[in-house]
Every structure is written in structure tokens, then in C-alpha cells.
Design a protein around this ligand. Sequence first.
Ligand SMILES: [Mg+2]
Length: 233
Amino acid sequence: MKPYTHLFFDLDHTLWDFEKNSEETLYTLFQEFNLAAFGKFDCDSFYKKYRFVNTRLWDLYNKGKIDQKELRESRFVKTLTGLGLEAHEVPAGLSEAYTDLCPTKTAVFPYTFEVLDYLRSKYELHIITNGFRDVQHIKMSGSNLTNYFKEVITSECCGYKKPDKRIFEHALERTKVRPNDCLMIGDNLECDIEGAREAGIDQVFFNPEKTKSRLNPKPTYHIHCLSELQAIL
Ligand SMILES: [Mg+2]
């Protein structure tokens, strides 16, 4: 193992449990907006369809094919028209209500705090995220993550999104470190792993769902639980 000094973490789906927090939010909104009254889908179908739509929209966003405004405006329209509603029936304010509520949720992956407590004494910790600046800070402070990290680099701040290697180069410059001394930890093979590799940074692929993904070339490390980081670092 190289003598790393700086660790870069992704936030969503790596530390902050996006799916659990999103699911809780959608269940609340299903009740608040009385979506059952349409009689076309239940809460579980609403969650599953949203998850499907949102994952694809984020993929387009990460590839630079849509912007933040389009992502936020279209996710519920696509979800609900996909479940049988007409576009004009989609309740006004649903997307804003989601954006207000979801970042206040606090679920993190198992062993997040144990691992960060262990790592903070040995390494400088930073975040690199494609998430939106207005919500990432709310997520971090609400779930007590803020104090572990020195720099929070968002794609909005630096103008480039992962996997563009320029966001990693920006991070290296801002934290005054060489690629060889860093490790990137994230759940997204394209954004986190390939992006970091392009920038000359070693990578840890966090794969809690144990998906059988294409791993070619292989990430430097591959883990299924954050607790495994203690064996590596
Ligand atoms: Mg992620």
C-alpha cells in the first residue's frame, strides 16, 4: 500500500445513505400530497419508479447532457407520467418539497462514524461530490459529517463534474497534495473510480449492493462495507 496522506470521499451513496433517505422522503410526500387519491399506484410503486427515473436523470446530468434545473423539474413529471398521470395532474410543489425535505434526513451507511473516527487521526479527509452545493452542506451538517472533512469540493464550485479529471486536479490543487498521496473512495465506477484513475489517483470502489459490475481495469481496492477500510488504511 502506498503511504497515502489524503483521502477523498464521495458523499451520496458512499457515506450519506441516499436511497434510505430518499425512500423516507418519498413515503412522506406520498401522504402529504395525497397521491393515493389518484388511485393509480401505491407508495412502493411511487418509490421504485422515482428511483428508476432519478438514477437515469443523474446519469445524464453526470454526462453533462442535462442541467440541474432540468433534473429537478423533470424527475417527478417523468415519475408520475410513467405511473399513468397526465403531466398537468402532477402536483405543483412536489419537486421543491422533495428538495427541502430529503437533505434534512440523516441516515448514513453502517460504520460511517467508526471508520471516520479511525481515519481522521491518520489522514486528511475531504469530500468530492457532484451533488448540488445548496443541499450537500445541509446533508452533511444534519448527519454530523461536517467536522470530519477539511474541504468539500462540489462540481458546482469548480465548474467540472466527476468523472472529468479536472475536478480531481482542482481538488489536488486546493488540498496541496500529489496524486500519489491520495485515495478516492466512492460508489460510482464511472464518476469516482474511472475519474480518479484518469487523474492518477488510486481508488476504492464501495459496492454495498455487491453488484456484478464491469471491473476492467480493476479499481485499486474493492469493498462492500465501509468497515473494510480499516484493513486497507
Ligand atoms: Mg455517489
